[in-house]
Design a protein around this ligand. Structure first.
Ligand code: GLY
Ligand code: MN
Ligand code: MN
Length: 458
């Protein structure tokens, strides 16, 4: 029996169902963007392509975050047109029509009727009518906003539509004169999270922090890295985060020194640390949490010394996340604490007096080679500019970010004291900037040496 596919049914499989974002919220987002585009402009947005894995199977489909942000529409092969001030409607959809035969195999589609009924379209057309219908929708607008130079097929199509309009010049039709990257407006909007988004991010982080807690207790010498991964993803799914925001990293011992280690294929050894960088995605919002802890539940002296240093660097960085501070300040604070500590531990030479010079020369880089964080949101490395007019961006309430310093002493570092070789540590939390300072969304995951040892021994 054919039935309408409501937006709610797309998340109905989740046992800990969060209320889906209400249609009015998507409408508010579109209105803000429509206002920013203005009546001289028109915008086009496309969905993510399906990705073939092999043969006739695909990777699990994930909608493009921009498309989800503005519509909540979960299917591929759709296109959104936003036409500010258009009398017949400002929101036009192209999407796959209903198709009972295909739906037997692939599940229900919203269809053009569903796009209007559930996803806020004023008008909707079948996707195959795109070339026929689209040119007139972008005609007589001065600027065309679209994801410029992101998708070669779309770039070509846009050129084709513009040529079609130019051919009608003598009939008084004009083609857009400027192509504008839609990201400039849309990603600025996405950078500042509203209340609904913060609520979802809080939940994503809570579910993921609980999963980290569960894995800490599950961990023991002899287990495989992928067993911890499986335990983590299961805990996330049970909490409502069916998908991961990125492939989990579970690195035992020296594998923790490989920043994007994702093999997760080795056994965990007694006496080693394990680094787990993993976060669930809940209703389209990411979390991104790293904890590093002893496989057997007890830090050794060198592990503890390095761990306390990374933790102190993280605390110094987190303290800088307050409105008005510049984006770079947490990183600078982390670098300062780490460099001082590396000198104290004998990993860098020169004594405390040399610290400013060591920082200037980036002497810490062999041990700390990445940035202290990134924007977080629908994407794990979320959108939004880090600089504006040549200067680092200042924190504003509603910005969400990670703070994730680390230290990595690869086993091959002959210049490092032997007792630290093969130790890799990262500690990563998710923050949202508030009017007063910040909220740590991932605070439920144990972090101090005492908390970790107590939890793992418990
Ligand atoms: N998990 C990716 C990152 O920490 O940036
Ligand atoms: Mn991160
Ligand atoms: Mn991470």
């Amino acid at each position: 029996m054919a039935s309408d596919k409501s937006p709610a049914s797309t998340t109905a499989a989740s046992p800990a169902l969060t209320p889906p974002i209400p249609p009015a919220e998507y409408q508010r987002r579109r209105h803000r963007l429509l206002a920013a585009i203005g009546r001289e402009g028109v915008a086009i947005l496309t969905t993510a392509p399906e990705q073939v894995r092999n043969g006739h199977t695909h990777y699990p489909y994930r909608q493009a975050s921009d498309f989800t942000y503005l519509t909540g529409f979960p299917e591929p092969e759709a296109l959104l047109v936003l036409i500010p001030g258009r009398k017949e409607g400002e929101v036009v959809f192209f999407c796959r029509p209903r198709d009972p035969e295909k739906e037997v195999w692939e599940g229900a589609r919203a269809g053009v009727e569903g796009a209007v009924k559930f996803y806020g379209a004023d008008q909707a057309y079948p996707f195959h009518a795109l070339d026929e219908e689209l040119p007139r929708l972008i005609a007589d607008r001065d600027q065309l906003h679209y994801p410029l130079a992101r998708d070669a097929d779309l770039d070509l199509k846009v050129m084709g539509w513009i040529q079609q309009l130019r051919a009608q010049a003598r009939a008084g039709v004009s083609a857009p004169r400027a192509l504008v990257s839609l990201e400039a407006l849309l990603h600025e909007q996405r950078l500042i999270k509203d209340k609904t988004e913060i609520k979802l991010m809080r939940r994503a982080a809570r579910v993921s922090a609980a999963a980290h807690r569960r894995v800490m207790r599950f961990c023991q010498p002899g287990r495989w890295e992928f067993e911890l991964e499986a335990e983590f993803t299961r805990a996330c799914a049970e909490g409502g985060a069916r998908f991961q925001a990125y492939p989990p990293i579970v690195g035992g011992g020296a594998n923790a020194c490989v920043l994007h280690y994702a093999d997760n294929a080795e056994r965990l050894r007694d006496g080693d640390l394990v680094l787990i960088d993993a976060g669930g995605e809940l209703d389209g919002y990411a979390s991104d949490i790293t904890r590093t802890y002893p496989v057997n539940g007890r830090f050794s002296p060198p592990q503890r010394e390095m761990y306390e240093l990374v933790l102190a660097a993280q605390a110094a960085a987190i303290a800088k996340v307050v409105p008005g501070n510049r984006w770079i300040e947490p990183h600078e604070a982390a670098v300062k604490t780490l460099t001082r500590g590396l000198v104290d531990l004998g990993l860098l030479a020169g004594g405390r007096k040399a610290v400013p010079k060591l920082i200037r020369e980036e002497a810490y880089k062999p041990y700390f080679m990445h940035r202290t964080g990134h924007w977080l949101g629908m994407d794990v490395h979320d959108v939004g500019d880090y600089k504006r007019g040549g200067d680092w961006r200042r924190f504003e309430p509603g910005m969400a970010l990670t703070v994730e310093p680390g230290l990595y002493v690869a086993p091959t570092r002959q210049e490092a004291p032997k007792r630290f070789r093969g130790i890799g540590i990262r500690i990563e939390d998710d923050l949202v900037v508030t009017a007063e300072g910040h909220e740590i969304l991932s605070r439920d995951a144990p972090k101090s040496v005492a908390e970790i040892e107590a939890w793992m021994g418990g």
